[in-house]
Design a protein around this ligand. Structure first.
Ligand code: BTN
Length: 227
């Protein structure tokens, strides 16, 4: 384990731990969490994804959990984070899209995932980016940065991610919304919400997803839709 400072973050790094996300939760529970902490591991033995899925975490990819102190839960945060991850990958000359809520895709294949969890006055943002390997997963296709970019040093990737997180989490939501909409993979496409097929129109000022079913508009918070 090592402590250092990177791009203004308190960085705690490990070769291998069960899960950076669980470690971040432990810091919060034990009262040792501070705003803008990053827990980084080169590999994880019990990486977690959304919906209680496992996140396969071999050496070579980026596994990081950020801790931020926040005044309150904010559904708009999820979009800022999606844009930050997409912009970080784009900075290596790759062209990603965002699949709601914040899967990052390249050529329709998942390259990165985001897990947002609230813990007391903090939000813990777990990010996994496939760099050197991508797992075979049932249900969707995956890819990795190595296919599209020659050289992606992990520390450089992490530094750019930190800068983008700061930039987009502090940005005016109007800007985030414009960029998210440009990057969104499913805009004007059909999605499934509460058993109905609806069209994804965009996001509103409060961070709600706007869907349309015939002439009826619906607002969705949280990750309740299926694509
Ligand atoms: C998803 O299901 O798409 C979210 C994946 C989140 C994976 C990251 S890797 C770093 C952090 N630690 C974990 O155990 N999970 C997150």
């Amino acid at each position: 384990m090592g402590y250092t400072n990177l791009a203004g973050y308190k960085l705690i790094s490990f070769d291998k731990i069960p899960s950076t996300q669980d470690h971040a939760h432990e810091l919060v529970v034990s009262g040792n969490a501070v705003d803008r902490t990053a827990v980084w591991a080169l590999a994880q033995s019990a990486g977690r994804g959304r919906h209680r899925r496992a996140w396969v975490s071999h050496h070579g990819n980026l596994y990081v959990s950020f801790i931020y102190k926040i005044p309150e839960r904010d559904p708009r945060l999820s979009y800022a984070i999606g844009v930050a991850v997409a912009e970080t990958i784009a900075s290596f000359g790759i062209h990603p899209t965002i699949k709601w809520p914040n899967d990052i895709l390249v050529d329709g294949k998942k390259i990165a995932g985001v897990l947002i969890e609230y813990a007391g006055p903090f939000v813990i943002v777990g990010i996994g980016i496939n760099v050197m390997s991508n797992p075979t997963v049932t249900g969707y296709k995956t890819t990795k940065m190595d296919v599209y970019a020659a050289d992606v040093p992990l520390r450089e990737l992490l530094t750019r991610l930190m800068r983008n997180m700061d930039k987009w989490m502090r940005a005016d939501f109007g800007r985030v919304r414009v960029r998210w909409t440009e990057l969104a993979a499913m805009l004007n496409k059909k999605v499934k919400y509460q058993g109905e097929i609806a069209e994804l129109i965009g996001i509103n000022d409060n961070g709600a997803l706007v869907l349309r079913h015939d002439t009826r508009y619906m607002l969705v918070y949280g990750d309740e839709i299926t694509v």
